[in-house]
Design a protein around this ligand. Structure first.
Ligand code: DGL
Length: 267
């Protein structure tokens, strides 16, 4: 199976894109709702949770891993890569590639959680590819709770977006990376506020395409992965809340059966 984890259900934006691009492959998802949010936590804690999440996915039969959470990818991807000998995909690399490919003048804005922005990973990777690019990053900690409350089009959400995006507008960014699982759900409002000339990048589609290309050139691994014909996709969470069920439903456009798995990381 393709194993995907996130701090909660926001990463289902990534699972959904993978479902669309690779409909024959079976997915097992884990959303760590009991310990969400990750974006406010320290790198050491996020890394520890990430290792536990991966162990859970491996127990379920995952043979390929996807980190759907930007906060986890920003602090734990390298550690996970060196600890596990299986292919690992994450959301940051594809977003960086898209930003570098699409930015006309090399002025890239990045928004994300505090953990992601503090890690400096986007800036490091973008500059690693194009030293001449300028990267402007802003943490947007209020956006995750707003999305989880379902406040996608409220006036208050638009006011907060205006405040967060103003410094990036002042810097005249030509490209804006949505560096958090939840932000694609605000994409319309973000695009409207930042201006239609700015390219807004949501990495879930780029990641799904990267995965498809990888499987096409690795047929042996591809054929070892479980297929949809063998069973449905599984969506596990470490806690179930009504708000999470609603977010999941909004992302997939259909009800998602959330399966409770208790005790991950308990000691
Ligand atoms: N999944 C997180 C991310 O993409 C957002 C929610 C959280 O802070 O846990 O950074």
């Amino acid at each position: 199976m393709i194993g995907i984890f996130d701090s909660g259900v926001g990463g289902m934006t990534v699972a959904w894109a993978i479902e669309q691009v690779l409909p024959d492959y079976r997915l097992v998802y884990f959303g760590d709702l009991a310990r969400t949010p990750y974006g406010t936590k320290s790198p050491a804690t996020i890394a520890r949770y990430s290792f536990q999440n991966v162990d859970f996915l491996l127990e379920q039969g995952a043979k390929l891993l996807v980190i759907a959470c930007n906060s986890a990818a920003s602090v734990a991807a390298a550690k996970l890569r060196s600890a596990y000998a299986l292919p690992l995909f994450e959301v940051i690399g594809p977003a960086v590639k898209e930003a570098v490919r699409l930015s006309p003048k090399g002025r890239v804005g990045v928004i994300g959680t505090r953990a992601t922005i503090r890690s400096g990973v986007y800036e490091r990777l973008i500059k690693g590819k194009r030293a001449d690019f300028l990267v402007f990053s802003t943490p947007c900690p209020l956006l995750v709770p707003l999305v989880e409350e379902g406040w996608l089009n409220q006036r208050e959400t638009k006011m907060i977006l205006r405040r967060y995006l103003a410094p990036l507008q002042q810097q005249q960014v030509d490209t804006l990376v949505l560096g958090c699982t939840h932000y694609p759900m605000l994409k319309k409002s973000i695009q409207h506020r930042i201006g239609r000339r700015v390219k807004v990048i949501d990495s879930s589609w780029a990641l799904a395409a990267e995965l498809r290309d990888f499987l096409a050139i690795n047929p042996q691994l591809a054929s070892s992965l479980s297929r949809r014909a063998e069973g449905e996709n599984l969506y596990y969470v470490s806690d179930i809340t009504a708000a999470a069920a609603l977010v999941a439903r909004r992302i997939f456009g259909r009800p998602i059966e959330l399966r409770l798995v208790a005790g991950i990381g308990d000691f």
